[in-house]
Design a protein around this ligand. Sequence first.
Ligand code: N01
Length: 511
Amino acid sequence: MTPTPRQEKREPEIVIIGAGIAGITMAYTLQGAGYSRFRVLEKGSDVGGVWYWNRYPGLTCDVPSQLYQFGFAPKADWSSIWAPGPEIQRYHRDVVDKFGLDEHIQLNTTVVSADFDDASALWTVVTDTGETILADFVICATGVLHNPAYPNIPGLAEFKGKVVHTARWDESLDVDGARIAVIGTGSTGVQVVSALQQPARSLTHFVRSPQWVLWAPMHLRQPKLVSRILERSPGLHAWIYAMSLKASAVLPDVILNDTWRRRAVQKYARLCLRRQVQDRQLRESLTPDYEPLCKRQVVSGTYYRALRSANTELVTTDIARVTEEGIQTVDGREFPLDIIVLATGFRAHDYMRPMRITGREGRQLDEIWADGPRAYRMTAIPGLPNLFTVLGPNSPTGSISLQYSAEVTSRYILSWLDKFRVGEISTTEVTEEATEEFNREVNSAAKTTVWNSGCNSWYFTDSGNIDLWPFTRSKLTEMLTQPNESHFRVTRRQEEREAAGGINLASQRKG
Ligand code: N01
């Protein structure tokens, strides 16, 4: 037998950043594997991530709730087939309570920086509360749709009324009888227009690029009988969840392959517009100049109806400026307003920003990502040892269940942590070559997807890459089942210890 160097066995200190879908999943996975030395730092005053931050009127999940839930925490009694935002937010809180994860979660805590020390192989995480935490591993679960994008429209700051971004909704805002403008027509814009049309005195929807909108009965309730049956039969519930996941494989298929299935969905999108908008001029204004499914598909049962209402106007002329009184378009038209709602989306590729991350040999994340975000299999970044992301770059937003993806990624990260726990490794860092190869494969596969069929969308990074998962769910599972050590630079603990001359692992509280 080859003698192995003496290695210390101990549980790693872990910091998870973010308590949304990804952070909760990671925390649940660690707890289930018997880890206890982990902390989840969350900048919001509750868990839930996007479901905590987004509270705009009309917020609904356009993915059926029996699918949009954690595999480890099935909820039998969703109120609706497509549950409203507040119910989904409550679900995340309930999951945290149910599994006793709260003791690990520190709310109202923004991470300012994370620095890796080469000598000790430890991360130093600094928060805005003045705390300094030493950790063996940092797991960034900071989400994709996290930083709101504010448009650069001249005069916006001078507007005398109220300006609100949908991702930072002001719950004290009185919309009843107000003259409201909504800018933007993604999934959010369409939902908020549908919700504000009735209470508003007038509603003007400013649309720069119209979207295809698939009709679905979004207000359909989940029958009480179904809830009771699912509650009493967990086995059946688990089976239905598994079947729903399996059936959702149709989505990547439609995205990746130009088959009759894709064409059928596209035909349905065109039919929805033709059937619901009889007015020829309005229909023309609402007709996108790109293929259905090119952007993140919008689903709504009420948007076209809201636009047909007497108090609502669609404006596709470009906005010239915002004045003190309202919006002026480039043709000189003035729209007097009380409220401007910015449904202008997110800086989707900012991920962990604005926190400052410094990796091996002082390498900054901004430097590593100078040409846009890139990771190995959504989770590892060259230059950043012992740091992983859950729902990081190339996550399958819009094609595969995010919860499923977070669960698979968390288990993958756990495999690395286990290697640390048993003393097999001290640090692990993905190689530049493996990351490059993965990204080459992604970029090549993304070229032939429907996302690349001729539209602009938040899927594209500034360098023109599509920051999504252009493969199937089985490929995702396969890539994240077992770490491939040949894709990583691994160091052993004894070597590190000797280099550092011994380290003290205690978390420190400053001030
Ligand atoms: O943001 P978006 P979103 N002047 O980026 C327009 C998820 N989501 O918040 O296309 C005028 O899609 C911009 O116009 P254009 C889902 O993944 C899920 O709606 O750039 N307009 C566009 O119309 C979704 O994809 C649910 O020409 C400006 C809009 O703003 C993602 O969130 C619900 C502008 C932005 O659309 C983001 O959706 C809601 C300007 N200066 C959201 N700047 C579920 O139900 C931007 N726009 C699960």
